[in-house]
Design a protein around this ligand. Structure first.
Ligand code: ARG
Length: 462
């Protein structure tokens, strides 16, 4: 049973079919540098417990450093008989420092506490990268908002014209959820950092006088787990991150869908930059929004990764079960997906060219100023229920005449309701309409400028 982590109680080696099923090195090898860091910390804690001499510790650390270099240069690869990254690295360590010294490192630890710990460290590194990429996207939205601060567009509900809003207001409405995703990543990070599982052993802790708090600090955690069974069995940290990453995908997909719609001939709101659009192999005229479509598509994949993980965890008895090996590929896929998607999506947003005249032309169409008429009547002392009816009657009249609200004459307004004096015209422009929505968070230019400043402050705090 050459190179295996067990053997004593086995008369024969594993069947090739079991080996093929069991092997995880094709996806967990990327954890090797994290496993080596964990091993260094573990070696120091063994020294602290008097289980290694100073020279043995030095020998092990030198061996681990050598493995790190061999990994980095690509010379170190798992062998076909290695089950997982932990076994492969132990095998390699035995070759580098000899079986006598190398065989000491495994004391007081199990692959169960090892994997739980190093998976956390790996995911923390990637969560930080993704938080940075998200902030880049937030800034791209904010920069576009700043560039088009006063531009007016049709605001929609149910995809129908609703009320005019500022384009900048709309763009910032995509930025805020992304900023909350960044905050979710930070919260998750702090929770994960507080609980290093190292020292939990297979499930029950260790009898060797090791100090889990010392390993925890060594590996950049702020503390160690209070319960060794929980430490080895819990994977809520994986599921929670998969949720946040799925949420990022969903948030990005909502802007992606709008980019796709806005780039259609029918909308004509944006032109995509050549660097962020694709052509057709047959139709020479085509310019396709593939970046946004891939964003929309990959959101489904991120949601699937979360759903798959939760299904794996459901009803798993404590403590470690081999099912838990299935926790890695979905979340590896989620981090890899976002690390390629976000830079492309940010580039697309940053280079969008907006057709603000077209947006402004469309903004008053579809009777989007009807609420303004009703609210003007309310300010004139009319109860809103009645004002709503009167404004609705104006819309009906316009439809009969084939005109829009601002086209009605003073006489036509007065016929509809004597309280509709010419003063109503002050709200019958899109500029007047947006300027009047000046409550906190509203679309008035002054409020949106404040909102942009507020967003920039939150970004700067991250
Ligand atoms: N490779 C395993 C995993 O990813 C860790 C090893 C634990 N295996 C075991 N038989 N106890 O979860």
């Amino acid at each position: 049973n050459e190179g295996s982590l067990w053997g004593g109680r086995f008369a024969g080696g594993p069947s090739p079919a079991l080996e093929a099923l069991s092997r995880s090195t094709h996806f967990d090898w990327r954890l090797a540098p994290y496993d080596l860091d964990g091993s260094r910390a573990h070696a120091r804690v063994l020294r602290g417990a008097g289980l290694l001499t100073d020279s043995e510790l030095d020998g092990l650390l030198a061996g681990l450093d050598e493995l790190h270099e061999l990994f980095a240069s690509g010379e170190l690869r798992p062998r076909p008989q290695d089950e997982d990254v932990h076994g492969a690295l132990e095998g390699a360590l035995l070759e580098v420092v000899g079986p006598e010294l190398g065989g000491r490192l495994r004391a007081g630890r199990s692959r169960n506490d090892q994997i739980a710990t190093l998976f956390k460290v790996f995911l923390r590194d990637h969560a930080r990268v993704i938080a940075g990429l998200l902030l880049d996207l937030v800034e791209a939205d904010a920069d576009q908002a700043e560039r088009h601060l006063g531009a007016i567009m049709p605001g929609r509900t149910h995809l129908q014209h609703a009320q005019p809003v500022l384009l900048s207001h709309h763009l910032l409405a995509h930025a805020w959820p992304l900023l909350r995703d960044v905050a979710r990543l930070r919260d998750w990070d702090a929770r994960v950092a507080a609980e290093s599982p190292y020292g939990s052993g297979a499930l029950a802790g260790s009898s060797l006088g090791l100090d889990p708090e010392a390993v925890a600090r060594d590996l950049g955690f702020t503390g160690s787990v209070a319960n060794s069974i929980d430490g080895t069995a819990a994977r809520d940290f994986v599921a929670e991150l998969a949720f946040v990453l799925a949420m990022v995908g969903v948030d990005v997909s909502r802007q992606a869908e709008e980019v796709i719609l806005w780039a259609t001939r029918e909308f004509g709101f944006v032109t995509l930059d050549d660097g962020y659009s694709t052509g057709s192999s047959i139709m020479p005229q085509k310019k396709n929004p593939d970046v946004a479509e891939l964003a929309r598509g990959k959101a489904g994949r991120l949601v699937g990764n979360l759903a798959g993980l939760l299904a794996t965890l459901k009803a798993l008895p404590l403590a470690y079960n081999r099912d838990l090996q299935e926790d890695k590929e979905p979340v590896f896929d989620s981090v890899d997906t976002l690390e390629v998607l976000l830079p492309a999506f940010t580039g697309q947003v940053a280079t969008l060219r907006f057709h603000t005249e077209r947006m402004a032309d469309l903004a008053p169409q579809g009777f989007s100023l009807a609420t303004d008429v009703a609210e003007w009547l309310v300010r004139e002392g009319v109860p809103f229920r009645e004002a709503h009816e009167v404004s609705g009657a104006c819309v009906r009249r316009c439809e009969e005449l084939g005109v829009d609200l601002p086209d009605l004459t003073d006489d036509q307004f007065a016929e509809l309701d004597p309280r509709l004096t010419p003063g109503v015209r002050e709200v019958l422009t899109v500029e007047g309409s947006v300027a009047s929505r000046d409550s906190r968070g509203g679309t008035a230019p002054a409020r949106v400028a404040e909102q942009l400043a507020e967003l920039r402050t939150v970004v700067a705090e991250h």
